[in-house]
Structure formats: C-alpha cells, structure tokens
Design a protein around this ligand. Structure first.
Ligand code: ATP
Ligand code: MG
Length: 401
C-alpha cells in the first residue's frame, strides 16, 4: 500500500451552485494542461473534489506544479483503500510511516460519509489511532495541534487517507470569469494586476505599447519575459504589441505639455478597447493604483476613462506600493520589472503633468489633431505573439498578426 494519488479540494468554487460543473470542468482542463509533461497521470473529478492518479509519476514534482493553479484551495497526497476496517488501519499506518514521524505528535479524524459502513466515526478514530500507536515508536497523540493530522474519509467508492494539507493558490480557475485585456507596461504594477485578474478567473491577453526607436528591443524583451512569468498561472497568454511612436510624437507636438501624458493614456485605452473588441474580451485590466503618480489621481482616471464604457478593472486600486512590491516578489516579476529599460512613457513624460486635468480641455486640445487614422494604423500594425513558459525569443515563433 502506498500513496498513489493527490486529492484536490476546491474551496470557494464549491459554493457556485448550478455553475459548479463548468468551474470543475475548467479546473480539470487547466490542471491537465499544467501537468501535460507527466504522461501517466489520470484525473478523476467529481462535484466536490478531484483526484490525480499518479501511476508512478513523482508526486513532489506534480505537487509543485499544482501550487500555481487557481481554483484549488488545498491538496494532499492520499492513499485509497477498500472500505474494510483492517485495510483502513493499514492504510493510515502506512500514511503516517511515510512521514518523518519520530518525536512528533498526531491526531486521527475519521469521517463516515458512506453511512452504510458499519463502524462509526469515533470508533474508527479509536481503532486507527490505537493501531498507529501500537506500530510506531516515539509518536504521541495531540488532538489540539498535531504535527501529523491523519484524515480518513470513508466514501461510497472507497476510503481515502491523507496526512498533510498543502495550501493551494486559491481564487477561481482561469477562464471561468471571461476574458480581459491587460495593459502591460514594463513596470512593477501591471504584472501584479494581471496575476490578480487571473486569480479571479479571468483569462488575459496582454497589450503593450512601444515606441521605437525611443524604446529598445530590450524593453520589448522585458515585457515578453514578464508575460512568461504570468504564464505560470494562466497557461499560454497572447501578447499584442502596439506600435505607438507616431501617436506619441503627434501628441507631444500638438498637445500642451501638461496634458500630453493624459492624452497618450487616453489613446492607449482607446486602442486597447478596439483590440478587446476584436478579440472578444469583456474588460480591461490596468495596474493603476489611486494617488501613486500624476496620471493616477481620481481626476486623471476620470478623464482617461472617458474613452470607453468597457469595465476597466484596477485590482491594485487600494493597495500600497509596499504591498504591490511584496506580491511582485512572490510571483517573481519584480526583478524583471526593475530592469532599467525605458518604457514608452518615461521618454515622453512631461516635467509637470497636470494632476487635475479637465475633460473639456483635453478634448479641446485633441480636436486639432486627426488621431483616427493613426489609431487605425496602430491597430492594423499590432503584432501578436503567443507566449508560453518555454518561449525564448520573438523570432522563433509564428507571427499571428
Ligand atoms: P506600472 O508599474 O504598471 O508601469 P505605473 O505605476 O508606472 O504602473 P503608470 O505609468 O501611470 O503607472 O501606468 C498606469 C497603467 O497604465 C499601467 O499599470 C499599465 O496598466 C498602463 N500602461 C502604462 N504604460 C503602458 C504601456 N507602455 N503599455 C501598456 N500599458 C501601459
Ligand atoms: Mg509604468
């Protein structure tokens, strides 16, 4: 008898009523994609849990991969046996013995889900607990804070024994909340916003504005590397790279200095919204947080947001910079984000951007420029890449346009 499967618990998803099946099926697909390189595993799913049958695949590696799949509340290595008291006691003992148990404490929690089973929960606890004590040394019982928590569940199809719960990534399975476009700069904030959006079940496509020759190939590679980090949580992600030089230079020439940043941001939002429509998204995600910089006062957001009625989601809106940095470190995007390569805004940033812009004023300044053809060209010349964890350089992959 040995650990032969991983038991997955859903958490929040299990409260989704009629929609639950859709959530569970999507979670299964996401897990299957994540574990594609383990060719022997099999996934069984039911309404309240999932089992990954290892069939000889290494459980440590599989469990490592599961930690980044949204929609999993927790998971445990498990042993399955038949609903027969002798077998259950052996399975529980084996489960404990595969831990470093000497000098540790344990507790047994048995649950009889299958009411046909003749032995009740407290009797099971006693039977299993005493069997473990008889067959081990230097292991004691602690019912309040055990080192090893032996959970035994007698279900219709068999009995499952686990010893440790590993916390999952939480959230909802990516793809169950629909699709959004993530406005991704090379900075610290927007990758974190993308991570949080995926955690709420959104599938994301990234949109990046770049302004060659003012921004370099290295700045573009930086964005590709950031997307690669996000694919760890979301599987393959499309990255749309929008050439923004003409628009930015035109704005820079024609719109007074204090308003040029706001105007560029408006055009970015407008173009992102066009791309959203083209790719059937329902929302836009940004890394804006309130009050952080000039373009992030409520007045600025109001004027920028005027471009669209599409929901603009700002997962970081109430977070402090230190909290954002902490998350960026956790998802491993921080060190890429702080590389010094300029993004298109740092170059054109005016010395004193308006912190309280007026919507009428910016519309008035923009009325002197014919931005529409420039926007059309930018959308038409947008390059799209499909990025996955193995993506190395832009040249190796097919250009989708
Ligand atoms: P970040 O750390 O994400 O760069 P920030 O603190 O620098 O954010 P801003 O420069 O005001 O803040 O940008 C606000 C948001 O606008 C970004 O989080 C991002 O969503 C979007 N954005 C800014 N520049 C670009 C760009 N070049 N391409 C795509 N989106 C952008
Ligand atoms: Mg930035």
């Amino acid at each position: 008898m040995k650990y032969d499967r991983i038991l997955i618990r859903y958490g929040e998803m299990s409260t989704k009523g009629k929609n639950r099946n859709r959530f569970v099926v999507r979670l299964k697909q996401n897990i299957a994609k994540k574990l594609a390189s383990f060719s022997n595993i099999k996934i069984e799913y039911m309404r309240d849990r999932m089992y990954i049958l290892l069939n000889g695949e290494p459980h440590e590696k599989v469990m490592e991969q599961l930690k980044t799949v949204f929609g999993i509340q927790s998971f445990s290595l498990a042993i399955k046996c038949e609903n027969e008291i002798q077998q259950i006691r052996e399975a529980a003992l084996t489960a404990v013995q595969q831990n470093e148990y000497e000098g540790k404490t344990f507790k047994v929690s048995a649950k009889r889900v299958d009411k046909q089973f003749p032995v009740g929960s407290s009797e099971l606890n006693y039977e299993i607990g005493s069997h473990i004590l008889r067959n081990t040394q230097n292991l004691t019982v602690n019912v309040h804070q055990p080192d090893i928590h032996v959970r035994v569940e007698v279900r219709k199809d068999g009995t499952y024994v686990t010893c440790h719960d590993v916390p999952g990534a939480g959230g909802l399975p990516v793809g169950t909340s629909g699709k959004a476009m993530l406005m991704l700069s090379g900075g610290i904030d927007s990758p974190v916003a993308g991570y949080l959006a995926m955690k709420r079940g959104l599938e994301i496509e990234a949109v990046h504005f770049f302004s060659p020759p003012f921004t370099s190939e290295r700045a573009k590679q930086k964005v590709i590397d950031l997307v690669k980090k996000l694919t760890k949580f979301g599987g393959k992600i499309k990255l749309h790279i929008v050439p923004f030089t003409d628009i930015q230079q035109t704005i820079h020439r024609q719109v007074p200095d204090g308003y040029s940043l706001i105007s560029s941001r408006r055009m970015m939002l407008k173009i992102t919204d066009l791309l959203r429509k083209k790719h059937n998204g329902l929302a836009i995600v940004t890394g804006e947080s309130l009050g952080q910089v000039a373009s992030q006062t409520l007045e600025s957001m109001f004027v920028i947001n005027d471009m669209t009625t599409t929901p603009v989601l700002r997962p970081l809106v109430s977070m402090d910079k230190t909290e954002i940095i902490e998350l960026a470190r956790k998802i491993d995007t921080h060190d890429i984000s702080i590389l010094p390569y300029e993004d298109c805004c740092t170059i054109f940033t005016p010395s004193s951007p308006k912190t309280r812009p007026k919507r009428e004023k910016v519309a008035y300044y923009e009325s002197f420029i014919d931005l529409e053809p420039l926007i059309e060209t930018a959308v038409a010349s947008t390059e799209t890449w499909v990025i996955d964890e193995a993506f190395t350089s832009a040249d190796e992959f097919e250009n989708l346009f």
